[in-house]
Design a protein around this ligand. Structure first.
Ligand code: GUN
Length: 291
């Protein structure tokens, strides 16, 4: 078998197109421009790339984009003051504080300071609780993007066996919750899981979100299963020249694609969907604010 490649790049472009249309309607019919504020503390190179890309795409769909770049010596009090200002700013409908934060800042405390209605990451404890009880909430962007690709490919997910590898608050846990809400039978596997190969072999849907390059081999995959690869790992690629790198996911693409029914590539799979969902969440937050 050779798997269907799920084209996250094309799907994300479609989602951004719908967001742009929605933004135009909000402007033309109601005089409202959705606004997204992104806060970056410090100069983590990977975070820099994401923040730049988020700002560019926010503007491309016609929304207001504000970036706050703070020194890595910023105190918790200073960061909380900025969040308070953004919470009170009626032109800002979404606030995203890029993670990870420098070690001296308490992430839980910072996230809990964001107005839950503007928490476009869906990380605030109120949104986590609402999602966990199947209520209307802000849904974390990466798991939401994965769910959209799965629904698009399968129609319904009801009754499918899903294995989520990884139990992070950003991806693994909310992903499991979303799959459960869509009536999958969900297993969350992690570093202490016994016989991970056997657990993964049962799955109709495999979500790999561990951050370990190419850790899932093709012989763990049930024939015909759908694989969503959340990993973005940079490996040295000396064959491409000195200092060159290549991006790989958490699954070994070549061996998995021979067995799976469908698979997302890295790059061009989950990554673009995450940003598209961030833009969609910002429009949702804006609409709810003006309801
Ligand atoms: N760092 C890595 N992924 C994310 C994300 O989805 N949101 C935020 N705020 N930080 C991240």
């Amino acid at each position: 078998m050779t798997a269907t490649i799920i084209d996250g790049k094309a799907f994300a472009a479609q989602v951004r197109g719908q967001v742009a249309q929605h933004v135009t309607r909000l402007k033309d019919d109601h005089g409202i421009t959705p606004g997204l504020a992104v806060v970056l503390v410090g100069a983590d190179p990977a975070s820099e790339v994401y923040v730049k890309s988020k700002g560019k795409m926010t503007k491309e769909v016609g929304m207001k984009s504000v970036e706050h770049r703070l020194a890595d010596t910023t105190s918790e009090a200073e960061l909380l003051t900025l969040i308070d200002t953004l919470n009170k700013d009626d032109t800002i409908h979404g606030i995203l504080v890029q993670l990870p934060l420098p070690d001296h800042l308490n992430e839980d405390l910072v996230i809990s300071a964001i107005d839950p209605a503007k928490d476009v990451d869906g990380f605030h404890i109120s949104n986590v609780g609402l999602l966990g009880t199947g209520q209307k909430s802000m849904v974390p962007c990466t798991p939401l993007g994965c769910l959209m690709m799965l629904r698009d490919h399968h129609g319904t997910l009801s009754g499918m066996d899903a294995v989520v590898i990884g139990r992070s608050n950003i991806v693994g846990k909310p992903m499991a919750q979303l799959l459960l809400n869509d009536s999958c039978t969900v297993t969350v596997a992690h570093s202490r899981t016994k016989d991970l190969a056997a657990v993964v072999r049962r799955a109709d849907i495999v979500i790999a979100a561990v951050g370990r390059p190419e850790m899932v081999p093709g012989d763990w995959i049930k024939p015909g299963a759908t694989i969503i690869d959340v990993g973005i790992n940079r490996l040295d690629a000396p064959e491409r020249g000195e200092g060159k790198t290549r991006l790989v996911g958490d699954v070994d693409f070549d061996s998995c694609a021979k067995v799976a029914g469908a698979i997302t590539p890295v790059p061009g799979g989950v990554g673009p969907m995450t940003i598209a969902c961030l833009l969609a969440n910002t429009v949702t937050a804006c609409c709810r604010a003006h309801d």
